[in-house]
Design a protein around this ligand. Sequence first.
Ligand code: GLU
Length: 530
Amino acid sequence: MNCRVRFAPSPTGPLHIGGLRTALYNYLFAKKHGGQFILRIEDTDSQRFVPGAEAYITEALRWCGLQPDEGVAEGGPHAPYRQSERKAIYKQYADELIAKDMAYYAFDTAETLEKLRKEAESRGEAFAYNAACRKQLQTSLALPAEEVKARLERGEAYVIRFRTPENRTVEMDDLIRGHLQVNTDTLDDKVLYKSADGLPTYHLANIVDDHLMQITHVIRGEEWLPSLPLHYLLYEAFGWQDSRPAFAHLPLLLKPQGQGKLSKRDGDKFGFPVFPLVWHDPKSGEISKGYREEGYFPEAVVNMLALLGWNPGTEQELFPLDELAEAFSLEKVSKAGARFNPEKARWFNAQYLRMRPDEELGKLILKDLQARYGQTDAAKTQAITGSTASEIAGLFKERVCFPAEITDWAAMLYVRPDKYTENGIKKFDKPENREALRQVIDFMKQKSAGPWAGAGAGMGVGRSAGVGSIMENDTLAFIRGKGYPMGQVMSLFRLALTGDAQGPNVFPLVAFMGMDEAAARTEALLNKTL
Ligand code: GLU
């Protein structure tokens, strides 16, 4: 199948994750069918233009790996891909519709329209510019031809409006929603072009560009569904109905509680980002959180978004981008809105974090580790290097969702506990456990001065490479041989080392911090009455 899709954002602010999902579905659809994914910037609404928004969109796509085949930066056979740079193209199309009597000039001032809106409101109605009023207002359908001509020659400001056909049923098809029908009497005469800035509106520019750029499938958010009848009518008016693209309107992303569209405010309220990258609003100075800066991996964000509204039809949940492209199909996109689940977002991140090699995670946390623990005694005897950082990543990566949490966990390696959890004391600080732990630590001290030392135990080389396991095997055998209650003793041991009876396996911790440090921490607890 020849397939050309476009992501056509307006640079009116940062890209919401719902918009990012639209971009993703377009990308996946293109990849699946060996087609092209096009990035077109729809910046014809100069009033809503926000500086920096386009750069934000481009960077967000890059971060997620959604590389356009054609676009503002990439160029392509239909360049330019920024609508403001295509300004000269659109007017002729508006003129063509005027010539065909399918559009008309309207000279109404903003004040007139405001007045009409207010009047309608006071009657409890919404004002619609349509067949009922187009012949009463300042339009080329109502005014004498000479006057229209004179006004145009004088350079009076006007808009061109689409002349919606009366009482016709528009029959439409949507790849997700099936067959749809709308009576044209429910539509108003949308503005297609404004003389004030010489720019087309979204509707005209969008249809003209989709046609000129030979777009085959329009995949976009549900909020554009009400525009579909007009778009069908425009294709027909231009005589392009045979090459009209297929449409797919994606379901909304809903709030975590289910009702209503996921908004920026939900993110602020529940503490999760709704934007892929951090956004500094140029007007208000407000800062909105981004997934990237919160420690999310792009693969996790992409994977999570893919499954919000689409399902593979199997139990599989983890899909790297290339596998998504393989599995994706519009038939499996649901009609119903998809509820955003911040917990699930964290879960995906945890999965992708675990898949990362320790070295790579180590690189991500090295600076933070040095900043937080570089001045501790332990770090003074043993500098925090790249290999220390990857070792630390290996120790804790199964327990965290974000790289920064690894740095938090590392506190137990560098800082002696100054208190013990109450629960830990209550459950495990018993005379018989203390006695057993004293025996255990004496055994370990003795061994580490002898046989374990040869294997490189203690702070230094090769400690996690198997040394932990020699230490572990010998110590566990000792505990078993003595008949000590394993769980009790190990929990008290952990409490002594970290301040918490629950947590990671103690032997890699001992191997990391060194026998002397481990013994000192253990003896500190054993010499104290808690
Ligand atoms: N410029 C529109 C937007 O901001 C594009 C809608 C469409 O894809 O047709 O979302």
